[in-house]
Unconditional design. Structure first.
Length: 235
């Protein structure tokens, strides 16, 4: 049976995909990816392929979407589908490592300060005063800690250029973008949809970069509808 591999992003854990995991439980096996030990996008993709024998549908958020894309590139015979939420495909941009290093330095000084500075711009501006939402995400970042943060940032700096192979991916792809995501905008997801042979784009309203946490019901509904429609009885 096909396994649903749920992949969180930068300094993130299982809370990102918890609502989808609950919705899928009893229908298909679910594997929660742990990225805390990962030092590269490609290495993490290989680790997840090794952990989950047989066919998989990879669901990735943000950096996790890049891991999911690598899984499909490395094992096209096993990856039946991809769900890519709030993610990207471009290689490292000129000068990017300077800004990334600044975030590493901040995280190493204080992971608490990093969370306070990093999280609000990631969210729908209308939600930055939502103390429950901010509190859950802040606790998640602190759980990850500064060492995981640095490993993840360095993995992103050295990320593969997914734009070089997206056109070769033949599996169905669902792209989940969010209206208020300024970090991974809708246009970026549309670029992936235009390049891939079989891709659909859905937009989550009133959500930012953490759409699966900000709007869990809407995000889960969009993904489960696509899973049933594209894979249906075979799940």
């Amino acid at each position: 049976m096909t396994t649903l591999v749920l992949i969180p992003g930068l300094v993130s854990d299982a809370i990102v995909w918890a609502p989808l995991a609950e919705a899928a439980s009893g229908v298909m096996p679910v594997h929660h990816a742990d990225l805390f030990d990962g030092t590269s996008i490609t290495g993490t993709a290989q680790k997840l392929l090794d952990e989950t024998p047989g066919e998989v549908i990879a669901v990735g958020h943000s950096m996790g979407g890049r891991v999911a894309l690598e899984m499909a590139r490395m094992a096209p015979d096993r990856v039946r589908g991809l769900v890519l939420a709030n993610t990207g495909h471009h290689p490292r941009r000129e000068g990017e490592e300077i800004k990334r290093q600044q975030m590493i330095d901040l995280g190493n000084r204080s992971i608490e300060e990093l969370a306070q500075q990093w999280l609000p711009p990631m969210l729908d501006p209308a939600r930055v005063g939502d103390q429950d939402l901010i509190g859950r995400l802040h606790a998640m970042v602190v759980r990850a800690g500064s060492q995981v943060h640095e490993r993840h940032i360095r993995a992103l700096i050295d990320r593969p250029d997914a734009s070089a192979y997206i056109a070769d991916l033949t599996c169905p792809i669902l792209l989940v973008a969010a209206r208020q995501d300024g970090w991974s905008p809708i246009a970026q997801h549309q670029e992936i949809a235009d390049a891939a042979p079989d891709a659909e784009l859905v937009i989550i309203e009133n959500a930012g970069h953490f759409a699966p946490v900000e709007r869990p019901m809407e995000t889960t509904a969009a993904i489960t509808e696509w899973l049933v429609r594209r894979f249906g009885e075979s799940l």
